[in-house]
Design a protein around this ligand. Structure first.
Ligand code: FEO
Length: 575
């Protein structure tokens, strides 16, 4: 049978609303966006929020994604003649918020752009035209009149090095862009329905903020000097108004939990408007999926003492090769020297290129670390051209591999310490044996699974439990499609052995295996007893696993009289 795809129509709409005195939210609603980079599947679309504050002077806080160009500019012009805007406050320069900066400056060249020093540097690189600017530091203020005194809070690394928050003393509103946001698109302007949004709020934190937990805590500490925060005007999702304190508290406790983890990997990169940031984020996300903490550190702006202390605390070091030449070379060279000098033999070192041929040579450094006796974490990742989706996937898998190897010793000890009778009792639960295969664009993955069960009749649906640190989990986000291949009793060993292998990051899981493409594009294993083509409907977070509910769209049995292979286990505390 073939089921109807869950969603096909792609919608972009706008929402404009007064949210406080002289303050209007202009929200770009991207209902069906389903992915932010490889690691970040979106269940509920997203929004890009921009704000207009009209005191005696007028400030626009952030813009929108370029896909909203005409819709956004139309809404803005309905609110104000652009030639009357005095300031454009840039919280952070990623294109989903700054995609229309150039358009705004063309419409209103009188505008003064207000941003952190790092953000102004990034803007110069992509605006390519002169513009008035005001670089602001932590604690500096800008008075718009009518009580709207803006105060800026430096918050580097949340999640880019250029980020700053802006507090309006007049409305007690904190403008935060990515921070305290979520990818959740609905007509609700505010967060009144906490239950609806809390899973997305947490997932967003895990993907974007967890690798910068220490910076989250530092920024939150800085906000303590502000008067009460009554509203958080974020850049994604509903504005926080009804549950502000609760949701801020969650960031605090998640970040404290991250920071107190015993196993830490420091990821050093060099911020740029480009690849190093994204590659390091993909690696970091791969590591945090395994439960190991990450601290991302920008070699351009970190202090040598901070680097030294972090390296000493770290179990693993990941180092993105900085460019051979460019701005901030002195700081980069000093900080790179500090990393090298602080590393010890007990740590693993992993290196990646980021600038496509213009980096410090990876082999020289690799040899140097080897001679020092440091262990290799993952094999050096080499980047010759603009990164592709496959490269980002490889980076994430390399991070996951690294995290898993760091966890290995600890996990074995934990297994031994569980109650033996309980382990044996849980081990009596059995399941079938299956291989999940998925292909999305040029990305593909596969996994041996046994925690699979039918979950609904109409439409036919099933659940699969997937460990959070599985590489294929990134390809099983809501609306993603995959194939569940059913293995045959007495004839599953070869496939099981193949897919149980530890594949190096980025490796082709299907080399040497006979497959054919299913209707949904994912590989069907020729030697499977049956297959089901599925589409993910929803995901439920369950401790160290995701339970993934999917609808079955299509299926076939090749040997009707043969039974499914069964997985019997002795103990229940591992597979
Ligand atoms: Fe929402 Fe980092 O951009």
């Amino acid at each position: 049978m073939v089921a109807t795809p869950i969603k096909t129509e792609k919608r972009l709409t706008m929402q404009k609303a007064a949210i406080a005195a002289d303050t209007t939210a202009i929200r770009s609603l991207d209902w069906d966006r389903d992915r932010f980079d490889i690691e970040f599947g979106l269940q509920n679309g997203t929004t890009y929020n921009s704000y207009l504050i009209q005191g005696e002077k007028t400030a626009l806080v952030d813009t929108s994604h370029e896909k909203f160009r005409s819709l956004y500019l139309e809404q803005l012009k309905e609110l104000i003649d652009p030639s009357k805007i005095d300031y454009l406050v840039i919280s952070h320069t990623e294109p989903d918020h700054s995609g229309l900066v150039k358009d705004i400056l063309n419409l209103a060249p009188q505008i003064t752009v207000v941003a952190s020093k790092v953000a102004i540097g990034f803007l110069e690189d992509f605006v390519h035209q002169p513009f008035k600017r005001q670089i602001v530091k932590n604690g500096e203020q800008l008075d718009l009149g009518k009580g709207h005194l803006l105060e800026f809070v430096s918050s580097p690394n949340l999640h880019w090095p250029d980020t700053m928050l802006t507090y309006d003393h007049g409305t007690e509103t904190l403008y935060t862009c990515d921070v305290f946001g979520m990818h959740y698109c609905s007509d609700n302007l505010f967060d009144e329905h906490l239950k609806d949004i809390e899973a997305d709020y947490h997932f967003y934190y895990e993907c974007l903020m967890a690798p910068n937990a220490r910076s989250v805590l530092s920024a939150m500490k800085r906000t303590e000097a502000l008067p009460e925060i009554k509203m958080v005007a974020n850049g994604h999702g509903p504005i926080l108004k009804y549950h502000v304190q609760e949701l801020l508290k969650r960031y605090q406790s998640w970040s404290q939990a991250q920071s107190s983890k015993e196993k830490l990997v420091s990821v050093f990169y060099t911020s740029d408007y480009g690849y190093s940031d994204r590659l390091s984020q993909a690696i970091s996300r791969g590591i945090t999926k395994t439960g190991v903490a990450v601290e991302m550190v920008d070699l351009k702006s970190a202090e040598a003492q901070e680097i030294h202390e972090l390296v000493i605390r770290s179990t693993g070091i990941v180092l993105g090769m900085p460019p051979i030449q460019g701005p901030h070379q002195k700081e980069i060279t000093t900080n790179l020297g500090t990393v090298i000098a602080s590393v010890n033999k007990k740590q693993s070192i992993s290196l990646f290129e980021s600038y496509g041929g213009n980096d410090e040579p990876i082999d020289t450094l690799s040899t140097r670390f080897r001679e020092m006796g440091a262990a290799v974490g993952f094999s050096p990742i080499r980047v010759k051209d603009s990164p592709t989706e496959e490269l980002y996937q490889l980076c994430q898998e390399a991070g996951t591999d690294l995290g898993q190897s760091i966890n290995m010793t600890q996990k074995v000890q934990e297994r031994k310490s569980l109650d033996h009778d309980l382990d044996k009792a849980i081990g009596r639960l059995s399941g079938g044996l299956y291989i999940i295969t998925a292909k999305k664009g040029n990305l593909s993955g596969a996994m041996l699974a046994s925690w699979v069960t039918q979950a609904s009749f109409e439409p036919p649906g099933l659940t699969i439990s997937v460990a959070k640190d599985r590489a294929i989990e990134s390809l099983m986000q809501v609306e993603d499609q995959f194939v569940l291949n059913v293995l045959e009793e007495g004839n599953y060993q070869a496939l099981m052995k193949h897919f149980l292998k530890r594949f190096p990051p980025g490796a082709d899981r299907f080399a040497g295996i006979d497959t054919q493409a299913g209707q949904n594009g994912s590989p069907i294993l020729t030697d499977a007893l049956a297959y089901l083509e599925c589409q993910v409907v929803s995901r439920l977070e369950c401790s160290d696993h995701w339970i993934i509910y999917s609808q079955v769209q299509n299926g076939r049995v090749s040997k009707p009289d043969v039974l499914t292979a069964v997985h019997h286990r002795k103990v229940g505390n591992y597979y």
